[in-house]
Design a protein around this ligand. Structure first.
Ligand code: NAP
Length: 277
């Protein structure tokens, strides 16, 4: 089984390649394979002939997507479409990573794969277009919607909180967004599980349990023994450029029903992560 990972130098891509290091693996960075260039994608696929392609490349700066719309759509919608077209030509399987931001976030129960979507942000809309292109082109695909990622190899909320606590006594953190923080190492182990599966489709995969950014920040400082005052603010008060879902906890029912392993609780994953930093 030959596996090609795109966006291999990103936060998830790096952990995923580590988890897959004993497989027949081609780790393609942005420089090696530009997913927005269809001819390049087709030619690299014909050269490598992978059985499975895992797309970790994306534009993930949610706020920047609001102002750099063309780039967001090119990376998050056209890119996956190119990968799907090239995957079809070689009769491969595409595993694509998507996001909880495809949901509006106005429901208050864990969201299922077939629940109504309705992204408000450019990031969410562009990622949704990517999903739709794959579904239209391919039969052999997995779309993994995940959320609130953090890993050792990229900027993330935990690193930001720890960095800010070094020179601030008080931090303001939003308390009206609820989700499941997810360790990229745990997600990578989950992705490895589906590589040899043919139970294609969309799946929701995050660490178990859920929290708000405010409670998560407090937990991080408590676990690290850092004395900093955390003040709760609303999303409206925080006024980030891109709108975010208020509630985007993803249901794991389909994942578990299909025999895949539920990911550990986000608090246990956080413990391991903090040891690694
Ligand atoms: N981060 C989160 O909280 C989060 C939450 C839910 C879902 N996701 C999804 O999870 C996936 C992985 O996210 P991540 O946080 O690991 O992303 P990331 O760290 O931002 O990595 C994205 C990678 O894509 C590469 N890339 C950019 N343009 C490219 C192009 N034209 N062709 C090929 N590669 C290109 C980047 O390379 P350069 O840096 O060299 O340009 C980078 O290595 C994404 O699909 C994202 O939408 C992320």
């Amino acid at each position: 089984m030959r596996i090609l990972v795109t966006g291999a130098n990103g936060m998830l891509g790096t952990d995923l390649c580590e988890i897959l290091k004993d497989e027949d693996l081609i780790a393609a960075s942005h420089k090696d394979l530009d997913i927005t260039d269809l001819e390049m994608v087709k030619s690299k696929f014909n050269e490598y002939m992978p059985d499975v392609i895992i797309n970790c490349a994306a534009m993930t700066n949610v706020d920047a997507c609001e102002t750099e719309k063309d780039l967001a759509y090119s990376l998050n919608a056209e890119g996956p479409k190119n990968l799907a077209l090239a995957t079809k030509e070689i009769d491969g399987t595409l595993i694509h990573i998507s996001t909880d931001y495809v949901f509006k976030g106005d429901k208050h129960r864990p969201l299922r794969e077939n629940d109504e979507i309705g992204p408000d942000s450019v990031y969410g809309k562009s990622k949704l277009q990517g999903e739709e292109a794959i579904e239209n082109i391919l039969d052999k695909y997995f779309i993994i919607r995940t959320a609130w990622l953090y890993g050792v190899h990229g900027p993330n909320f935990i690193k930001k909180m720890l960095e800010l606590s070094e020179n601030h006594d008080t931090l303001t953190v939003v308390n009206d967004q609820e989700g499941s923080p997810t360790f990229t190492k745990d997600l990578s182990i989950a992705i490895k599980e589906i590589i040899y599966s043919n139970k294609y489709g969309i799946y929701h995969v995050t660490n178990s349990g859920n929290t708000t950014w405010y409670d998560f920040a407090k937990l991080i400082f408590e676990k690290k023994g850092i004395d900093v005052n955390v003040e709760a603010v609303s999303s409206e008060e925080f006024a980030a450029p891109a709108p975010r879902p208020h509630y985007s906890v993803l249901s794991h029912d389909k994942w578990i029903k299909n025999g895949f392993t539920e990911l550990r609780d986000y608090k246990d994953a956080l413990d391991e992560y903090l040891q690694l930093l």
